[in-house]
Write a protein that binds this ligand. Structure first.
Ligand SMILES: C[S@@+](CC[C@H](N)C(=O)[O-])C[C@H]1O[C@@H](n2cnc3c(N)ncnc32)[C@H](O)[C@@H]1O
Length: 270
């Protein structure tokens, strides 16, 4: 498992406070909760094309898995989309400010502030849990999130997660990275774990899950990030978008997937 660090002045705050503040600021700086909600509500038809949904929908229906938990729901797009598909979703997020805004905007929906490592929710109270880009944010590792997911799911319940993928492309870049000899100029702290397929499968199996599928997704995003971080190319430039699109079509997922999606099941006798 590979650790990613982030440059920040906030190196002394306790980890949970740092994660909460980081994401609260992130949502504010990327359009604000209201702005993001307006944007995604008008483009729900595009959700049907998202890689996560194209994988998930083969494993559940509103009849077989009606009660869902979104672990780290951010600005709530997935909860709103899945509720519209006939599921009943609880959106949980550590960012209290984001959740307060969602509660104000959607008084009939179920959004709650909380930590997915220790939710205080009832045992076996969900048919499925999904969590995009959240299990990787604590330096202690993924087990506290996996353990809580196991407790919350009923036997036979499904777990869908994405975590940053330690792809072959990134491993190649690491070969050319310089070995630092001097102390780092910027203050940095742990940001996230990055995993290979085998590592994620191992974490899930350790937590008692049967692993049904592992698939790298978001190829285009990964190429745009490599261009940005490796070569200083602007994320939104035409060059980045065109190259991302083109290489995303030809390069294999194992080479350049950005996130790794896992589908796992709590055993019927679990
Ligand atoms: C990468 S964002 C993903 C947001 C959303 N799932 C999406 O796909 O747009 C990660 C989210 O997880 C939340 N988060 C991080 N750690 C958490 C934890 N321990 N418990 C609950 N939420 C957490 C963050 O506040 C943030 O909103």
């Amino acid at each position: 498992m590979h650790k990613d660090y982030i440059a920040t002045r906030d190196t002394d705050a306790p980890e949970a406070d740092f994660v909460e503040q980081f994401w609260t600021d992130n949502w504010k700086n990327s359009g604000g909760v209201e702005g993001r909600v307006t944007k995604y509500v008008s483009s729900f038809d595009r959700f049907a094309l998202k890689s996560e949904w194209r994988i998930m929908r083969h494993f559940m229906t509103p009849q077989s898995h009606s009660r869902l938990l979104d672990g780290g729901c951010g600005t709530g797009e997935w909860c709103r989309y899945l509720d519209a598909q006939g599921y009943s979703t609880l959106g949980l997020d550590i960012s209290r400010e984001t959740i307060a805004k969602l509660q104000e905007l959607f008084p009939d929906a179920d959004f709650r502030a909380g930590d997915i490592r220790e939710t205080g929710l009832e045992d076996a109270s969900f048919d499925a849990m999904y969590s995009w880009g959240t299990f990787e944010h604590f330096e202690i590792g993924l087990q506290p999130c996996i353990g809580e997911a196991y407790r919350l799911l009923r036997p036979g319940g499904m777990l869908f997660i994405t975590v940053p993928f330690d792809s072959i492309g990134l491993s190649l870049i690491k070969v050319f990275q310089r070995t630092p000899k001097k102390p780092a100029r910027n203050r940095k702290r742990f940001y996230q774990w990055r995993l290979t397929r085998a590592e994620l499968a191992n974490e899930l199996a350790l937590g008692g899950f049967e692993v049904l599928k592992l698939k790298p997704i978001h190829r285009r995003q990964s190429i745009v990030r490599i261009l940005h971080h490796g070569f200083g190319v602007d994320y939104n430039s035409r060059f980045a978008r065109f190259t991302g699109l083109l290489l995303g079509l030809v390069l294999p997922r194992s080479f350049c997937g950005h996130m790794l999606m896992a589908v796992a099941r709590k055993p019927e006798n679990g």
